[in-house]
Design a protein around this ligand. Structure first.
Ligand SMILES: Cc1ncc(COP(=O)(O)O)c(C=O)c1O
Length: 514
């Protein structure tokens, strides 16, 4: 687990009223997290100094809680390297009834059987928790503002297909998805994203992650190398890691993925990219880079996964054509999702595959995942055909554009040249690049205390040097709230960058009077 995640979660729990002492509560919470595998065996705990700073409590308070956990065998100290969750926990040998009554940090803690034997892969994949309960908060990167969706039409169509379903919609349906939805997606992609596609090539999946998973399973073998962007999207990393592929982290610059000479000399089986709006930096892959990567993939016989997750939201300039649209060799698989243009929980996405892969992918999707949800797919197809989808997109583009402009203006006004704002002109997130050496995790923790969820850019790196920054989502904040929240965030940043400066004090005054 990241130190930040533990601190964030402790902060949330400690904010709740309690009559117990602070050290007792920290002890109870960490113990509960260990018991419920939120902190898995072998996880390194943050140092007592870091934890005390993040929680704003004395170091003695933290030390006393950790000492108690040490004494009871929940954690073990390794000389010179820190404190770790014990590999053999006392709970494994005793009845569960002795467990602490504390509510666990995760909203729905997994009730795993004892003894719990995870595979090495399972341990690796579950070491970092997704912490989804922090996702729907101001500035959380990810969620769309679903409150503006035309639910009148969406609900009418959902009801229509749920109340009086065609019996065919109650089955798993066509392997590949509901044909009218595949038609609608193909039409939309041809016109708005210059994707070379006929409906047959479109497969409806439940998420981008499922699309990546399917590609990884059908196109690569365990141990094959896959290039991923660094920093990059954790969801794709997880799916590729779960397929036992070797992840090779490739640097990113202002022109998108930027392989080194050493990288160009490797032969990846697969390359995962977000060329239209690199996640999370917002870099747009230049035309030169696109050509070079396509040539490279053709030469090495590599597949490219183009994740075009949110470029519907473009605020200035003309979009570059999709990589898939430039591909002459049928080596690009194009991935899109409805979670940004409808709402996060809709769980419908699509995958466009080269024509010669269609049959195998339909079989793979059907046999590995048993897709269904055809009433939902039918409602979505009708929502698109009746024009509501396009109307919603146009509205959201204007609304998000306004929010983005307000956020940029407020941050620039207060922070000036102390930080650099990402220049991306698409999507739903903005990156505040911080000066080298700045602790972005600490700033994210302070923001969490003010109920703002921003993510530390350093957490998006798989390996190597980590540039500090904050990933800020502006979609899920109402327009009138953007400026006051941005002022609070800017104040927190300024206080960290220049604790003594008069401008920090002035900004603090400004923000606290909102
Ligand atoms: C790069 C990237 N791709 C895809 C998605 C969406 O994935 P899903 O379809 O699972 O909602 C996200 C979500 O934040 C993302 O950041």
């Amino acid at each position: 687990m990241r130190a930040l995640a533990l601190s964030e979660l402790l902060l949330i729990e400690l904010a709740k009223p309690s009559e117990l002492s602070l050290n007792r509560r920290i002890y109870d919470l960490v113990r509960a997290a260990i018991q419920d595998d939120v902190l898995v065996p072998g996880t390194r705990l943050p140092s007592s100094r870091d934890l005390a700073r993040d929680l704003n409590v004395s170091r003695n308070t933290v030390v006393s809680a950790i000492d108690q956990l040490l004494a009871e065998g929940y954690v073990a100290a390794r000389v010179g390297s820190g404190t770790y969750v014990a590999t053999r926990l006392p709970e494994r040998d005793v009845a569960r009834s002795t467990r602490s009554a504390v509510t666990v940090l995760r909203p729905n803690p997994p009730q795993l059987a004892i003894p719990r034997r995870l595979s090495r892969r399972g341990l690796r994949l579950t070491e970092l928790a997704g912490w989804n309960h922090l996702e729907v908060q101001p500035f959380a990167p990810g969620p769309a503002d679903y409150t503006t969706l035309q639910f009148r039409h969406w609900n009418r169509l959902l009801k229509k297909y749920v109340n009086d379903p065609d019996p065919a919609l109650l089955d798993c349906g066509d392997p590949g998805g509901y044909p009218p939805l595949r038609e609608a997606v193909a039409r939309y992609l041809r016109v708005s994203r210059s994707v070379n596609v006929v409906a047959e090539q479109v497969l409806i999946t439940s998420s981008t992650q499922q699309s990546v998973d399917l590609c990884a399973r059908l196109l690569a073998d365990p141990g094959d190398t896959v290039w991923i962007e660094n920093p990059g999207y954790w969801g794709a990393q997880r799916a590729l890691d779960a397929a036992d592929l070797q992840l090779r982290a490739i640097a990113v610059d202002s022109d998108g993925i930027a392989p080194s000479e050493e990288d160009w000399n490797t032969s990846p089986r697969m390359i995962y990219l977000t060329p239209s709006n690199q996640y999370p930096t917002g870099a747009v892959m230049s035309l030169d880079r696109r050509r070079r990567i396509l040539d490279f993939a053709a030469e090495r016989n590599a597949w490219i996964l183009e994740d075009d997750y949110d470029s519907e939201f473009r605020y200035e300039g003309r979009p570059l054509p999709s990589l898939q649209g430039m591909d002459m060799q049928q080596q690009v698989l194009y991935l899109g999702t409805f979670s940004k243009v409808m709402y996060q929980g809709v769980r419908l996405a699509y995958l466009v595959v080269p024509i010669d892969l269609v049959e195998r992918f339909r079989i793979g999707l059907y046999d590995l995942f048993r897709p269904g949800q055809l009433t939902m797919q039918a409602a979505l197809a009708a929502f698109i055909d009746e024009g509501h989808f396009e109307v919603n997109l146009r509205r959201m583009r204007v609304i998000y554009g306004e929010r983005r402009a307000l956020l940029r203006a407020t941050l620039s006004r207060i922070l000036g040249s102390r930080v650099e704002l990402s220049r991306s002109n698409a999507g739903m997130t903005l990156v505040i690049h911080l000066p080298e050496g700045c602790d972005d995790g600490a700033i994210a923790t302070l923001a969490a205390r003010a109920n703002l969820t921003v993510r530390a850019l350093s957490n998006y790196y798989l390996t190597g040097a980590r540039s500090p920054g904050l990933v800020v989502g502006f979609a899920y904040v109402s327009t009138p709230d953007i400026t006051p929240y941005a002022q609070i965030l800017a104040r927190i940043i300024l206080e960290q960058l220049e604790p003594e400066s008069p401008s920090a004090r002035a900004a603090a005054g400004l923000a606290t009077t909102i």
